[in-house]
Design a protein around this ligand. Structure first.
Ligand code: FES
Length: 240
């Protein structure tokens, strides 16, 4: 395959012509944060967390979805790229439940890691205060539960279900603020044609799809009054 020569953060490299800017950056050990990108799945280019600056045009490019070009000069750390990356993560957080401590993915969440790495503080997110999604959790499935309020619309679950499993049990629906990932006909998890393979939970970068655990089973078996007492005394348990 032909090679393409480009510069990333002043390092000149040669990579195969079908590489993306993200691939090229990885080759020289430059770490660019990503959320919707997954190496085993088709490109989606939706989250814009991986933006870098094209030094020639000054344009911001989604590095995961931009093919390399001969003579390209990329800056992954310019002020413009870092500001945009930060702003995109802040916007994701503005519409995300603020309950990390009660989330199954606490300390194993890619959004949380990126937030810490970028040093984003809650005050910076608060400036985007607005409507929040208040959608029902789906805990009807035998093995998986879905919390659409935590979904960041990266589409990894949709793509793995379709491209790897060949099932297509999940899909995008609605538009704009109302966009969500849900099941076919928005049916409960228990009623869909899902193999419960768990691949969607594995690739979900946040806590939107997780495996049902022992705490969920105990919670489901409790009477409403008992749940109320627990919620009053330990609010974070509610989120499990
Ligand atoms: Fe590149 Fe989401 S990781 S746009």
């Amino acid at each position: 395959m032909n090679k393409v020569k480009l510069t990333i953060d002043k390092q000149t490299i040669e990579v195969e012509e079908d590489s993306t800017v993200l691939d090229a950056a990885k080759e020289v050990g430059i770490d660019i944060p990503t959320l919707c990108y997954h190496p085993d799945l088709s490109l989606h280019g939706a989250c814009r967390v991986c933006v870098v600056e094209d030094e020639e045009s000054g344009n911001l490019l989604a590095s995961c979805a931009t093919p390399v070009r001969d003579g390209m000069e990329i800056n992954t750390r310019s002020m413009k790229a870092r500001k945009a990356r930060r702003r995109n993560v802040e916007l994701l957080l503005a519409n995300h439940p603020n309950d990390c401590l009660g989330c199954d993915r606490n300390n194993h969440c890619e959004l949380q890691d990126i937030t810490y790495n970028l040093g984003i503080k809650s005050e910076e997110v608060a400036k985007f205060a607005g409507a929040k999604r208040e959608l029902e959790l789906d805990t009807t499935g035998p093995a998986l539960k879905r919390d659409p309020n935590k979904c960041i619309l990266c589409g990894r679950c949709v793509r793995i279900c379709e491209e790897v499993q060949g099932v297509s049990a999940l899909q995008f629906t609605e538009r704009g603020f109302d966009s969500i990932v849900t099941t076919a006909f928005d049916l409960p998890q228990a009623e869909i044609n899902c193999a419960n393979c768990g691949q969607c939970a594995t690739v979900c970068p946040v806590g939107a799809i997780t495996e049902i655990n022992e705490i969920d089973k105990v919670w489901a078996a409790l009477e409403d009054d008992d749940r109320h007492v627990i919620v009053q005394t330990a609010p974070s348990i509610q989120a499990t």
